[in-house]
Design a protein around this ligand. Structure first.
Ligand code: GAR
Length: 235
């Protein structure tokens, strides 16, 4: 059973390491929010040296590090090198924000309870790739994004929070992704803010909110704040 580290009460801001493979718009949302949200980004890490996310980090004065997976014999060796670099910054939380490589079990277990991921679907629906196209093809009327704690199984860890939006007639994967992206940014910033404030913890397969099990993921409201779903009254 793993429980994430509780932030210390001293004034040191809660430290984030961010993993990003490409564009980095979710990273940018975290960079923009950090000064007012009680966290600091201490490093950005990528599996692509030319990822725009690394350029965004450098503009913000944040150390940016790339490691080339092709230079390592195995996924485990790559992840060991990547996470050794990450751990130099002593992060309280590792945020996968558009990181498109599967993490090895060893890397996840080494940081159990201290890694979160944002995924563009209403998990447990559509783990993996092409989530927008799959939601449209299935005839879904609703789509969204999820923030969850990372466990060794892909896109399967305990759910923290979700943002939902309707799928409109005529939506294409591109239009749906474009409408979802700003909601993703707010969802991720809110979820990380609550974690940094010490309100959320992973406890095994559960999420604790203010020390109580969270039975349904938090929801991003129309005002961009997280809402705790009402408890279903017991019969
Ligand atoms: C985001 O839509 C994120 O949810 C998705 O990649 C995009 C990255 O955009 N992540 C995954 O699909 C992970 N399975 P960004 O680089 O602009 O933040």
């Amino acid at each position: 059973m793993h429980e994430s580290r509780v932030p210390s009460p001293e004034s040191r801001p809660f430290r984030l390491a961010v993993l990003a493979s490409g564009r980095g718009s979710n990273l940018q949302a975290l960079l923009d929010a950090a000064p007012t949200r009680g966290f600091a980004i201490v490093g950005v890490f990528s599996d692509h040296a030319d990822a725009p996310a690394l350029a965004r980090a450098r503009v913000a004065g944040v150390p940016a590090v790339a490691r080339n997976p092709k230079a390592f014999a195995t996924r485990e060796a790559f992840d060991t090198a990547l996470f050794d670099a990450i751990d130099v910054g002593m992060p309280d939380l590792v945020v996968c924000a558009g990181y498109l490589r599967i993490l090895s079990d060893a890397a996840v277990l080494r940081h159990a309870g201290r890694i979160v991921n944002i995924h563009p679907s209403l998990l447990p629906k559509y783990p993996g790739l092409r989530t927008h196209a799959r939601a449209i093809a299935a005839g879904d009327t609703e789509h969204g994004a999820s923030v969850h704690y990372v466990i060794p199984a892909l896109d399967a860890g305990p759910l923290i929070a979700q943002a939902r939006l309707p799928i409109l007639p005529g939506d294409t994967p591109a239009t749906l992704a474009e409408r979802l992206l700003p909601r993703e940014h707010r969802l991720l910033v809110e979820a990380v803010t609550w974690i940094a404030a010490g309100r959320l913890l992973q406890h095994g397969s559960a999420v604790l909110l203010d020390s109580r099990p969270l039975r349904t993921p938090l929801r991003l409201g129309a005002d961009d704040r997280l809402i705790e779903p009402a408890e279903t009254p017991s019969p």
